[in-house]
Design a protein around this ligand. Structure first.
Ligand code: DHB
Length: 494
């Protein structure tokens, strides 16, 4: 249980007045100063896992000078009080402390910044408050809100369609880098964390550092004129690589003709439903397109074997995916989990030696109908993400546009490119994070397992340091293993 005990050293009124003063008026437009002012804060006394500690809370800082929506384009920053007294926490000092950067993006919706009072969310269960956890480990915490797919201005123009959300988070990173000298914490040690769509945002932050594609968008909102690359990425079940995710989903789930809905659009389960014959035909077409995509990537396993699929969807790539699920089951077995009910596993002498992949996928159950992301009737969260200022929903794949069941337009190709980290990893014009931690549960069917494995494998092949696991039986969720996450953060930061 987290107990919050707040003490206000400076009245809220005073803070509000200061922000109003910061909001200067230039030619009738509000202009926000990007200088961090260490003197304006609330003191908060927090309690976490039986330990009490104080932080200086800098909340609701607008992080761009020319915002579109100040409900979302704002950031909360928390700094342990000890750093202002020259003390160390967990071996970190005011100079060396990493900056933990969690986002609350879920379903590609608009997101408020995380705070010491609210849990980062995004489709999770049993989530601990990562903000408090990070502070107790001596991290500075900075969490930015971001625009999302449903946002509109007063005139009905959509203001949060792709790539607005990632542009906002990059702008917040720039704010932190720009103010590095005025603020405790090391802005060259920013670690992003997110789940699902928020995990996708985290991977984008890590992949696209300083890339010129984002520059005009960042300029338009008045982001600080500095770098936006980050040190490390933590991503739980990233709903990413969206323009290839439909094929990956059907490669995995083709043949599973019943489904139970879930995900951000379906909070109420409607029981088990049947795919129509049209949907089964779409599933087959998408499954058949996946090998060409996988083969085009020329990924390699650790021994240098090229990972490929034949026309039936079998081959070294499939074995590679299976090896991750087998490793996950082995880890569970080693931790004394009873695996006897999982009949798709072959266990001999304490070793998981084989998995019947088709039986495993049937056991997981399908959650989405084909295409899982670029819905042919434009009804999904992703077609909504790829709308424009004036169009609420658009297709973002050739397949979606070609098979659309409704009158539809297609997303701007640059917006689609900018939402996919695969386009930037290893590009000489972007600075990709060195360290990555990716988790995708073996019972997560919000996207195909291949999506996280492809991302991790590309990163490994390009020489980045990747810690990837598929936690056993874990459904779509995040922040469930914070002790391990922060042990990893200590490892890469110290
Ligand atoms: C999320 C989940 C989905 O299934 C999806 O398609 C997009 C986003 C989420 O939980 O953020």
């Amino acid at each position: 249980m987290n107990i919050y005990c707040m003490r206000f050293s400076i009245s809220k009124t005073l803070i509000l007045m200061s922000f109003t003063i910061l909001a200067l008026s230039t030619y009738g437009q509000k202009y926000y100063n990007l200088e961090f002012d260490a003197k304006i804060y609330d003191s908060q006394t927090l309690s976490f896992e039986g330990k009490s500690f104080s932080v200086r809370a800098y909340e609701n800082i607008v992080y761009v000078s020319n915002p579109v929506d100040t409900t979302y384009q704002k950031m909360n920053i928390y700094i342990p009080e000890e750093y202002f007294a020259g003390k160390k926490i967990n071996g970190y000092s005011a100079q060396s402390a990493p900056i933990f950067f969690p986002n609350k993006v879920g379903g590609y919706m608009p997101a408020k910044p995380a705070s010491t009072k609210n849990n980062p969310t995004g489709g999770g269960d049993q989530r601990q408050n990562a903000v408090l956890f990070a502070l107790s480990k001596g991290c500075i915490v900075a969490s930015a809100g971001a625009r999302g797919r449903t946002l509109k201005d007063e005139s009905g123009i959509y203001t949060g369609k792709a790539p607005a959300g990632i542009v906002d988070l990059k702008a917040a990173i720039r704010y932190l880098r720009y103010n590095d000298k005025n603020m405790p914490g090391d802005a060259s040690k920013i670690i992003s964390n997110g789940t699902s769509a928020g995990g996708a945002m985290s991977t984008l932050l890590g992949a696209t550092g300083n890339h010129a594609d984002f520059e005009p968008f960042l300029k338009a909102i008045g982001a600080a004129n500095t770098m936006d690359d980050i040190f490390a990425v933590s991503a739980y079940c990233p709903i990413t690589n969206l323009d290839n995710a439909d094929m990956a989903y059907e490669w995995q789930f083709f043949g599973v003709n019943t489904y139970r809905k879930g995900g951000p659009m379906q909070s109420i389960s409607q029981g088990t439903l049947e795919l129509s014959s049209e949907q089964i035909a779409v599933s087959k077409k998408l499954k058949e397109l996946f090998p060409a995509y996988v083969n085009s990537l020329k990924l390699e396993d650790k021994k240098g074997t090229i990972l490929t699929l034949d026309n039936n969807g079998n081959g070294t790539f499939k074995e590679w995916i299976k090896s991750y699920v087998v490793a996950s089951a082995q880890k569970a077995l080693d931790a004394d989990v009873d695996l006897s009910s999982f009949v798709f596993l072959t266990v001999t002498n304490g070793k998981v030696i084989q998995i019947d992949f088709d039986a495993y996928v049937k056991y997981m159950q399908r959650q989405k109908t084909p295409p899982a992301f670029d819905a042919l009737d434009l009804s999904g969260p992703e077609t909504n993400l790829f709308g424009s200022a004036t169009k609420n929903n658009q297709h973002f794949t050739q397949f979606g546009a070609a098979h659309s069941t409704t009158e539809a337009t297609s997303a701007d190709a640059l917006a689609v490119k900018m939402m996919n980290p695969m386009n930037y990893i290893g590009d000489i014009n972007s600075k990709t994070s060195k360290y990555w931690r990716i988790r995708h549960g073996t019972k997560d069917k919000d996207t195909g397992l291949a999506i996280s494995v492809i991302l991790a494998t590309l990163l490994e092949n390009k020489g980045f340091d990747v810690n990837v696991e598929l936690p056993w039986e874990r459904p779509h969720s995040g922040d469930y293993d914070l002790h391990e996450l922060f042990a990893w953060i200590d490892l890469i930061c110290k």
